[in-house]
Design a protein around this ligand. Structure first.
Ligand SMILES: NC(=O)c1ccc[n+]([C@@H]2O[C@H](COP(=O)([O-])OP(=O)(O)OC[C@H]3O[C@@H](n4cnc5c(N)ncnc54)[C@H](O)[C@@H]3O)[C@@H](O)[C@H]2O)c1
Length: 440
């Protein structure tokens, strides 16, 4: 898999037109990647840089290692302890695969140091797993430096951020691959079900019932944290950083609705609340996330979709899914279970439901499939662009949030013209802008 080339070592040449080198200083291991005019040679290995080294960054990075020949070559986080923990984890995993360690020069801390990571010659693909508020800036920096991107959902937390991501998608279309972490679109069960829906097997959809019920999230704050640190480390409870639970977590369900209906909603009504989540240490009340939403979306053709969610102590009850009801049948997809289609058939006056199993929903496998597809697109030069899809789904959640917060019907057009832009009211510079980490 490793290729040696003496001719161009150290040469300053265009990254896409010539062979290129990258040495992982930690192990002194030489990895030489070769690229073609349109992408990378099939036998080359791509370097992955991670922005935001928390739970998902660690998981996604591990799945890149498990499913592709990508190597982890750079890490960045606002907090040094996160970078060091991720480094220990990835160096161990990389060693098991016979790869080198991450070079010390490629470890960055501080909120502005992502600018350094995206400039690293060892990075071909950037994984954006920072809190959602930062995604548009992190995505833009990566693609502006010629890097391919796997950006976790949601693409932004407000309308302005989504419009920015749409523009990035247009500007860099065909120049780099841009994936958004809506992995259900790569799931075998979901794909089987949606293909059947699109083939007209349940007829015209007239109604949908969708839901996401899950447990409260684990607390992360510790005594002695500053207010700023508590908000950043507990960003999942902070509306400005996360977009609220509808945008941050429930997005996976509304993505299936848009996919099934090949559209975005034209209006929404709804409500939200904090029935059980009265306070979370370190999160100011004005920023505290809701613990439930109840919404009704209207899609073109007067199709109505209900959506219910909660994020509180359900005593272990967790389920999320989608049911679509059409003129010929119904579909059901549950996070834990198969995606199915039920046909309404009439035989001798008796209604018979003919159930088709479209395949088990396996989101863990879907993540791996999606990562393989991204790497394949980079190597083949047939770049993917999920920016518009990711922004449209994120905007769908923002529409529901706007309707719930305002307590009245909001149309898509009104939302798009709203210039909505959230303000963190945080002085991130006070934590230090950062740079390379000096190893002790
Ligand atoms: N696709 C999925 O199913 C899925 C699942 C879980 C999380 N996610 C997404 O992944 C992203 C990360 O979630 P997580 O669960 O890993 O959260 P996390 O808190 O575990 O990790 C986020 C990391 O980002 C760091 N960070 C905070 N501000 C930063 C900044 N300005 N620059 C760089 N790093 C910063 C934090 O210190 C932390 O280490 C979110 O967008 C989340 O919605 C997606």
């Amino acid at each position: 898999m490793k290729m040696q080339s003496k001719s161009i070592l150290g040469a300053s040449v265009s990254r896409r037109n010539f062979l290129r080198t990258s040495a992982t200083a930690g192990a002194g291991l030489l990895i030489v990647r070769s690229s073609t005019a349109f992408g990378y040679a099939a036998n080359s290995s791509l370097g992955l840089g991670i922005i935001g080294c928390g739970g998902r960054g660690t998981y996604d990075g591990g799945e890149f290692l498990n499913n592709t020949d990508v190597r982890i070559t750079a890490l960045m986080d606002i907090f040094e302890d996160k970078v060091l923990a991720a480094r220990a984890n990835f160096d161990k995993k990389s060693e098991e695969k016979g790869y080198g360690k991450i070079a010390e020069a490629n470890l960055f801390k501080g909120h502005k140091s992502y600018e350094k990571l995206v400039q690293s010659k060892d990075v071909d693909v950037v994984l954006v797993t920072s809190p959602p508020y930062f995604h548009p800036d992190h995505l833009e920096a990566a693609v502006s430096n010629g890097k391919h991107v796997y950006c976790e959902k949601p693409v932004a937390t407000d309308v302005t951020g989504c419009l920015k991501v749409m523009n990035i998608g247009k500007k860099f279309n065909g120049k780099v691959s841009m994936h958004v972490g809506l992995q259900k679109r790569y799931d075998v069960g979901y794909r089987g079900m949606i293909d059947r829906i699109h083939a007209g097997e349940i007829g015209d959809i007239v109604l949908g019932q969708t839901f996401y019920y899950t447990n409260d999230l684990g607390r992360q704050n510790k005594p002695g944290m500053t207010d700023l640190e508590a908000r950043l480390r507990n960003w999942v409870f902070d509306r400005a950083l996360s977009g609220d639970i509808l945008v941050e977590q429930n997005i996976h369900i509304l993505d299936i609705v848009n996919w099934a209906l090949k559209s975005h909603p034209i209006k929404a009504t709804g409500t939200n609340g904090r029935g059980l989540r009265k306070q979370v240490d370190g999160i100011p009340a004005e920023y505290l996330c809701s613990d439930h939403f109840i919404l009704t979306y209207t899609y073109p053709g007067d199709v109505h979709i209900s959506f219910n969610s909660n994020q509180f102590r359900n005593k272990g009850y967790r389920q999320s899914g989608e049911r679509f009801f059409g003129s010929k049948g119904a579909s059901e997809s549950l996070q834990s279970g198969p995606a199915t289609i039920n046909y309404n058939q009439v035989q001798e006056g008796q209604k018979v439901a003919d159930k088709i199993d479209c395949g088990k929903v396996d989101l863990h496998a879907a993540v791996g499939t999606k990562m393989k597809a991204l790497v394949e697109s980079v190597k083949s030069g047939k770049f993917h662009n999920e920016c518009e899809m990711g922004a449209e789904t994120t905007l769908t959640t923002i529409l529901g949030r706007m309707a719930a917060y305002e307590g009245r019907e909001v149309s898509w057009d009104k939302m798009m013209k709203s210039n909505e832009k959230w303000n963190l009211k945080m002085n991130l510079d006070s934590l230090g802008t950062g740079g390379a980490i000096t190893m002790r």
